[in-house]
Design a protein around this ligand. Structure first.
Ligand SMILES: NC(=O)c1ccc[n+]([C@@H]2O[C@H](COP(=O)([O-])OP(=O)(O)OC[C@H]3O[C@@H](n4cnc5c(N)ncnc54)[C@H](OP(=O)(O)O)[C@@H]3O)[C@@H](O)[C@H]2O)c1
Length: 312
């Protein structure tokens, strides 16, 4: 039987890659949504509006609803906790309630920032210990999503990179800055697992196909210091590595306390699906190979004739 899926936040880095991965697997992507940055063929939805969330899902009756929609800006969450909670916590839980009402299963995207970064290599069994507002919002939402339906899936990821319309992710920021010939200070004391978004999407699609439930860590295979990752990205893109300047995270002027070592253990996901997490050199190689075609890929989603009701 063909699985049917909706992606809320389908124009985002993770959501777009997931929608394409699902399509490649033969999953019917009934709708993929944006909130404020329209894209052709995508459906407008603000998940803070519970009635509209319910109306969309009742009409489409998907098997899976993925929610990579969020305000993922860590500093903005720290400075505007109430505003961002309305999206990241309350909005996501609106979707969880609508899914429960319809018997649809939900995929929520969480983060390595649910941990304090003291121990590193966290497993799914380690209790959340967030040290910033974004992490607290993620931990609270994880609990709400799993309480709504134990069959729901929580995927914790970290440092996602790949092509996207707005060059927001770290690798595209490094690329843009170095192309301009400008020096880039980067934290030399933060360790994490950068995650190639197309690989993440394949893993998540495989988890859904396998009917996985509960919490899974889906991150890249390499635990690496942020400044070293910037150097590898510069090298991969043939840009001037000497412009990368390792500095202590505290010198970067962020208002947010950040975990120092938020690496995640991936044994559980590797045992569950055949798609293996890739390391940074492989991820960057695949990203470069995709460059000429990614915009065309991104625009093939979803089928507007099927996903958008008349009048929307
Ligand atoms: N990227 C990472 O490194 C990373 C790491 C760990 C966890 N995560 C988590 O993974 C998820 C996806 O991240 P991402 O990097 O793909 O984010 P992103 O590129 O910023 O995409 C966010 C998506 O959510 C939509 N959206 C925002 N507010 C919404 C609302 N109120 N209602 C419905 N849709 C809304 C956006 O649409 P508009 O643009 O139109 O507003 C966009 O499609 C997030 O939950 C993030 O916290 C990401």
């Amino acid at each position: 039987m063909t699985l049917k899926a909706v992606v809320i936040g389908g124009t985002g880095l993770v959501g777009n890659a997931l929608a394409r991965a699902w399509r490649a697997q033969g999953v019917e992507v009934q709708a993929a949504t944006y909130r404020e940055h329209p894209a052709s063929g995508f459906h407008q939805l603000d998940m803070r509006d519970e009635a509209r969330v319910r109306e969309l899902l009742e009409r489409l009756r998907p098997d899976w609803v993925a929610v990579p929609a969020a305000n993922p800006y860590v500093d903005y969450c720290e400075l505007h906790p109430e505003e961002t909670r309305r999206v990241n916590v309350a909005g996501t839980l609106n979707v969880a309630r609508a899914c429960r009402g319809l018997g649809a299963r939900m995929i929520f995207f969480s983060s390595d920032y649910v941990f304090d970064g003291v121990k590193g290599v966290y497993t799914e069994e380690d209790p959340p210990s967030p040290i910033n507002e974004y992490g607290r919002q993620k931990a609270e939402t994880e609990a709400g999503v799993l309480a709504a339906d134990r069959r729901n899936l929580v995927v914790r990821t970290s440092g996602a990179y790949g092509w996207q319309w707005e060059p927001k992710n770290f690798v595209l920021q490094v690329r843009a800055r170095l192309i301009q010939g400008r020096e880039m200070p980067v934290a030399g004391d933060i360790r994490y697992n950068p995650t190639y978004v197309e690989n993440l999407a394949e893993i998540v699609a495989a988890l859904a196909q396998a009917g996985a439930a509960g919490v899974y860590h889906a991150v890249g295979a390499d635990e690496i210091v942020r400044s070293e990752f910037a150097l590898r990205a510069a090298r991969a893109f043939g840009l001037d590595e000497s412009l990368i300047r390792p500095v202590p995270a505290a010198a970067l002027g962020s208002p947010t306390p950040r975990p120092k070592e938020s690496s995640l253990d991936t044994a559980k996901v590797r045992a569950a699906v055949a798609v293996a997490p890739v390391g940074v050199d492989e991820g960057l190689r695949r990203m470069l190979a995709m460059e000429p075609s990614w915009r065309d890929y991104a625009r093939t989603l979803p089928d507007p004739a099927r996903s958008c009701a008349p009048g929307r």
